[in-house]
Design a protein around this ligand. Structure first.
Ligand code: DX5
Ligand code: ZN
Length: 222
């Protein structure tokens, strides 16, 4: 039988104060966050540039949170080694970003960290069907990647349901993560569709972090 996946909250530090990552991570930990979701953008796969492996390495000694690294970079296979060395716990890469998705996911796992694959709103589940056995996590983007604070795209949830059925049918051990536009309302829709890891950036950091994380958790139990 497949493991009953537990619900996890993954605040995105994309919306944190970049001059104070140490205290921001401590705030998240105190609030009961499960992961620190780290949005790496390269100015190529997506328009913005955020932070790289050096920043992750600097944060590592200051936090016990699971570092969930979401690489929005072209040819992610070139950077896997750096993020492993920096202390990433999960490395999630876009199927749209490399012609070598299978090999890249193998590389992540061989390095001893958890592997994730991510699909953009326009990408079908079919595109990752043949690598589902190689991943610990599938991330379904619920906005187009590149920016925080965008509106949730409800039409992406059909893919979450599709993945949840596949997980059941094929007895796969994987988490289904959603990312983009998650708040205390949309999180319920995502959970209903079958997601169990919830990324939230602007919602968590727009107010008191403790309170915001709490309201997300409460929404899951409604
Ligand atoms: C978007 C990033 C998201 C983003 C989510 O490219 O992958 O992780 O930070 O931000 P919100 O929760 O504000 O939509
Ligand atoms: Zn992300």
């Amino acid at each position: 039988p497949t493991r009953r996946s537990s619900d996890l909250i993954a605040p995105s530090i994309l919306s944190a104060d970049y001059a104070n990552f140490e205290s921001e991570l401590k705030r998240l930990e105190a609030a009961g966050a499960d992961y620190a979701h780290i949005d790496v953008m390269d100015g190529h796969f997506v328009p913005n540039i955020t932070f790289g492996a050096g920043v992750v390495a600097s944060m590592r000694p200051h936090s016990k949170l699971v570092f969930d690294c979401h690489l929005m970079v072209t040819n992610p296979e070139k950077h896997i080694e750096d993020f492993v060395r920096a202390g990433a716990d999960i490395i999630t890469i876009h199927v749209e970003a490399t012609p070598h998705i299978h090999g890249a996911l193998q590389q992540i796992r061989a390095a001893g960290v958890k592997a994730g694959v991510v699909i953009n709103p326009g990408t079908p589940v079919q595109a990752i069907k043949h690598v589902l056995g190689l991943v610990d996590q599938v991330l379904v983007m619920t906005v187009n990647p590149g920016f925080g604070g965008q509106a949730f795209l409800p039409e992406t949830l059909v893919k979450v349901s599709e993945l949840a059925s596949l997980r059941e049918q094929e007895q796969l051990q994987l988490d289904i993560e959603v990312d983009g536009g998650i708040d205390n309302q949309t999180i319920k829709l995502a959970k209903e569709a079958g997601a169990n890891v919830f990324v939230a950036g602007s919602y968590v950091f727009k107010g008191d972090v403790d309170h915001q994380v709490q309201t997300l958790k409460e929404a899951l139990h409604d």
